[in-house]
Design a protein around this ligand. Structure first.
Ligand code: FES
Length: 195
């Protein structure tokens, strides 16, 4: 199982490492990592030829799950990674963003879900969703530093103007559903397995 090691993010307003004299590190608005886990593929390849004929392709198996190192994502930051050829947003919500999400009257939502419904117990700050607008599939803005986050502080899809809140729930615009939360689990406090 491969683990993705993201480089150190930079908080808004902080000097970059390069600005601080470290030429080996550069600032990035977001980190787009195609993280591919090969767990289980070796065993699948080693089986008898008959089984090989019925097995899914190695390409499919390789994309079945990924592990993401979240240790460098500070509150207010996020990264974009890739899983099964789809963008995935991993965001570390600030206490203010969590409060805003929890202050919403859920019954008024188009796709009623609480933040707790969309996160793991005790990990409400870790919002992990597909980066795919539920209208027609554009990749919304908002995961990268400085990107538009729409009227509700979450994500904004400029294709047709869908606004998502800090729990990535649809609040305005044509998208019918919240950003999809994929299956994932915490392998540790700093590593998340998606898929
Ligand atoms: S694809 Fe996002 S608003 Fe249409």
């Amino acid at each position: 199982m491969a683990t993705v090691d993201h480089s150190q993010p930079v908080m808004p307003g902080e000097p970059t490492a390069a600005e601080a004299g470290d030429p080996g590190v550069r600032r990035r608005d977001f980190i787009n990592i195609a993280a591919v886990s090969f767990a289980g593929v070796g065993g699948a390849i080693a089986v008898a030829p008959l089984l090989m004929q019925a097995a899914p392709s190695a390409d499919v198996l390789a994309l079945s799950s990924i592990e993401v190192d979240i240790s460098k994502i500070l509150p207010g930051q996020g990264i974009k990674t890739s899983w099964r050829k789809q963008p995935v947003f991993v965001r570390n919500l600030t206490p203010d963003e969590i409060n805003k999400a929890n202050a919403v009257q859920v019954s008024e939502l188009r796709d009623p879900q609480t933040l707790a419904d969309r996160t793991k117990p005790g990990k409400a700050n870790w919002l992990i969703t597909l980066g795919v607008c539920t209208h027609l599939g554009c990749v919304p803005l908002g995961i990268g530093e400085g990107e538009a986050r729409g009227d509700y502080g979450g994500y904004f899809c400029p294709c047709h103007g869908s606004h998502y809140d800090t729990a990535a729930r649809i609040r305005k615009g044509p998208a019918p559903k919240n950003l999809h939360v994929p299956d994932y689990s915490f392998k540790s406090d700093t590593v998340v397995q998606i898929g």
